[in-house]
Write a protein that binds this ligand. Structure first.
Ligand code: HEC
Length: 162
């Protein structure tokens, strides 16, 4: 009996495995676009909103050091979520502009800049250096602006206006 059950489970698994990759290939661009959109939405909500308190000399440096370290990792990950074919040709709802793929070096540099400025903030926070955190904040805001404007519906060099 046990043998029959596990044979059925195995057959089920095999048929899923056969269908799985084809299905995945079809929806991959939309999936990756959704992933990077969710990541971007979370950036402000989960990390940078708290970090922005440092501009007013507020916020706990210990907490903000952790947030900034995580934010830098998120930004690094963001840079990996733009495979070929995941612009509007594959993911019609994406706000990622074609320039991301045609001017890739500039886009990658904008990602790097974001990581560098966020890491500088994290280093200042780790050292408990409030002045350093305050000085790092406007550079972070400027780095966001290299790709798009501040308001969430705004467009920019690398993002379509909503
Ligand atoms: C390297 C370029 C780049 C940088 C730097 C950048 N963004 Fe984005 N952002 C994008 C792109 C591209 C999209 C559109 C993604 C998509 O639709 O696939 C986006 C989308 C967004 C969205 C909208 C998500 C949605 O609903 O589509 C928000 C909010 C956002 N970014 C916030 C920020 C904040 C805050 C910063 C700075 C802390 C920042 N971004 C820095 C490129 C960037």
């Amino acid at each position: 009996m046990i043998r029959i059950v596990s044979a059925c489970a195995l057959a089920g698994f095999l048929s899923f495995a056969a269908v799985g990759p084809a299905l995945h290939a079809q929806t991959a661009p939309a999936q990756v676009a959704k992933e990077r959109e969710d990541l971007m939405k979370g950036l402000w909500r989960d990390y940078y909103r708290d970090m922005s308190q440092a501009a007013k000399g507020e916020g706990d440096p210990k907490v903000l050091a952790v947030k900034a370290t995580e934010a830098a990792a998120q930004m690094k990950k963001f840079g990996t979520l733009f495979p070929a074919g995941s612009g509007r040709e594959g993911a019609p709802d994406t706000r990622a502009k074609p320039e991301i793929w045609t001017q890739r070096a500039e886009f990658d540099a904008a990602v790097d800049k974001m990581v560098v400025e966020t890491t500088a903030f994290a280093d200042a926070a780790k050292a408990g250096d409030r002045e350093g955190m305050k000085a790092a904040w406007p550079k972070i805001a400027e780095a966001c602006g290299a790709c798009h404007g501040g308001p969430s519906k705004s467009g920019g060099k690398f993002r379509f206006e909503e």
